[in-house]
Design a protein around this ligand. Sequence first.
Ligand SMILES: CCCCCCCC/C=C\CCCCCCCCCC(=O)SCCNC(=O)CCNC(=O)[C@H](O)C(C)(C)COP(=O)(O)OP(=O)(O)OC[C@H]1O[C@@H](n2cnc3c(N)ncnc32)[C@H](O)[C@@H]1OP(=O)(O)O
Ligand SMILES: Cc1cc2nc3c(=O)[nH]c(=O)nc-3n(C[C@H](O)[C@H](O)[C@H](O)COP(=O)(O)OP(=O)(O)OC[C@H]3O[C@@H](n4cnc5c(N)ncnc54)[C@H](O)[C@@H]3O)c2cc1C
Length: 620
Amino acid sequence: MEALDYHAEERRKAEFDVEEMKIVWAGSRQAYEISDRVARLVASDPVFRKDNRTMLSRKDLFKDTLRKAAHAWKRIIELRLSEEEASKLRFFVDQPVFTDLHWGMFIPAIKGQGNEEQQQKWLPMAYKMQIIGCYAQTELGHGSNVQGLETTATFDPETDEFVIHSPTLTSSKWWPGGLGKVSTHALIYARLITDGQDHGVHGFIVQLRSLDDHLPLPGITVGDIGMKFGSGAYNSMDNGVLRFDHVRILRDQMLMGVSQVTREGKFMQSDVPRQLVYGTMVYVRQKIVADASCALSRAVCIATRYSVVRRQFGSHNGGPETQVIDYKTQQSRLFPLLASAYAFRFVGEWLKWLYTDVTQRLQASDFSTLPEVHACTAGLKSVTTSATADAIEECRKLCGGHGYLSSSGLPELFAVYVPACTYEGDNVVLLLQVARFLMKTVSQLGSGKKPVGTIAYMGRSEHLLQCRCEVERAEDWLKPNVILEAFEARAARMSVTCAKNLNNFANQEEGFAQLATDLAEAAVAHVQLIIVSKFIEKLQQDIPGKGVKRQLEILFNVYALSLLHKHLGDFVASGCITPKQGALANEQLRLLYSQVHFDNPSLLLYMVLLLERLLQSTSF
Ligand SMILES: CCCCCCCC/C=C\CCCCCCCCCC(=O)SCCNC(=O)CCNC(=O)[C@H](O)C(C)(C)COP(=O)(O)OP(=O)(O)OC[C@H]1O[C@@H](n2cnc3c(N)ncnc32)[C@H](O)[C@@H]1OP(=O)(O)O
Ligand SMILES: Cc1cc2nc3c(=O)[nH]c(=O)nc-3n(C[C@H](O)[C@H](O)[C@H](O)COP(=O)(O)OP(=O)(O)OC[C@H]3O[C@@H](n4cnc5c(N)ncnc54)[C@H](O)[C@@H]3O)c2cc1C
């Protein structure tokens, strides 16, 4: 049977309502309709073709990208697309481009850190793209350590100006996307200095290039940092380098929403946490989590199509060879990735709500959830991007030799995706931020301050440190409460153990440095618990459509039990499950794999169907 006939046949046998599953994947009927409409728009427009992307020179690739970005903007205006539709268009055009940073960071930073007057001054020009902005924080010498940035912004009370300067080679801004060729302005993060006093890192809007001839302005040295990983990939983005030689800007070009400098040069810190200067990074991290599920689902779609169609060995009496998807090893490698795509989808939906909630709270000067939001966005960005990057590589291997062909789409997908483990925060550095939040929570357990939200389970740590999972048969692992308690017990025990070991060090900082690896692992356990718990909450919602909820329950169990199997050492070492119970979990997983395949081929093929549409505009 031909592949496409097979697909059609399998879809006809669907055990569930595929149309309703599409709505679940999209998040709502409206979101699905927008996705479908914009995907068709991109797929049907020859300007957005990408089948030549990996054969172009860097210069031609960049020109092609600019052409696409201009065409996208033209279509957005002509069709009066909403912000959500425009964002979808960027996603389907699927090529790193300067607009990602203009819309994804430059504008949000002005909205989040600028005062009312600054928003009124700069946003209208930015929305009309009369100015193009980038987010210039990272320097040659510092990326993770934001407090180590060296660029200076020195207030001159004589002229009511800041002097922006790059005092050292390592203070050169290095990496900002859109900086190398396109941006006319940059949001510069620099050390604020008034009257000889250093007030730390703050944001400043600086014009880099003339709006008449696009040439760099006096005192500005700017350019592209050159080729990056892979051929096509991120080379469509003009990541740049930038140096200042005593460039003067007006005082009102310092973003004054978080702190201010008066005409007399007095530094004023508003009664808001200084970390609001980091707010744009938090915003992008939560978007990156949603993007992870999309990138992962594309890779899974390709590997699923291949696995369903490819036959190898197993022919009897001249009959057809075995579909590779029938091999247990292929299933045990592929199905957890399919399940992870759904898990990241749902936790990304929740994180978007959490971010919206904290934004509303900040407007009411309620900073109570800011630490948790930082920990959740940092941790989920780290865990989902690391898992997705590894998964794309696994999908390449699942496709045998063909996975290494550019035309499979996987090499390009991998090369474009993997920097997500670094940008917006190195994944290990972000895990250590989560660990810092966990240790602070554990240290406060005795204070009577009840942990809430995603860390609430820590308030039950005494019980969790004693509990034993009630599993006697493999099917006991199908109960969400049993799985949740196992993940809570593991996470609580790993954090409490780290906290106890930290107490063996006289100096907390030294202890944190020595125990960093254990702390990072405790952070992963905490974040994986969040993902599992949000999947369970999704299943507790009303999910319409014949058999849809049943499919999602199967995927939940595949996701949770494959994680438990992968990290069995943590679970057993922390005492919450026995080796025998671990073996029963693995037995249940095997049963689920065969069920996912035989009872639910259209689930896989549904992914193929939905993601086929997304892939139509791609090179594979
Ligand atoms: C066509 C039109 C449509 C287009 C639409 C496009 C939309 C696109 C949207 C998204 C697209 C995504 C595309 C992405 C492309 C690539 C983008 C890449 C950009 C970048 O990489 S920007 C640079 C990123 N850099 C970083 O992330 C740096 C990482 N380092 C840090 O965050 C910090 O330095 C640190 C957190 C590691 C340490 O900071 P530090 O001040 O030293 O703080 P500490 O001493 O560790 O902690 C002090 C205290 O502060 C708390 N804290 C730290 N950070 C935050 C925070 N962000 N929020 C809140 N609180 C924070 C920390 O917990 C401590 O608290 P405590 O004292 O413990 O209570
Ligand atoms: C494709 C791409 C696009 C980018 N776009 C932008 C942009 O638009 N704007 C912008 O400002 N920046 C941008 N960046 C820069 C990016 O934000 C930084 O590269 C990132 O924050 C990591 O910082 P770093 O490069 O200094 O790495 P480092 O922090 O030097 O990391 C190197 C190694 O050191 C380890 N390490 C560092 N500190 C610690 C610690 N305290 N404890 C344990 N281990 C540690 C890390 O885990 C890592 O293994 C981009 C980067 C890339 C790759």
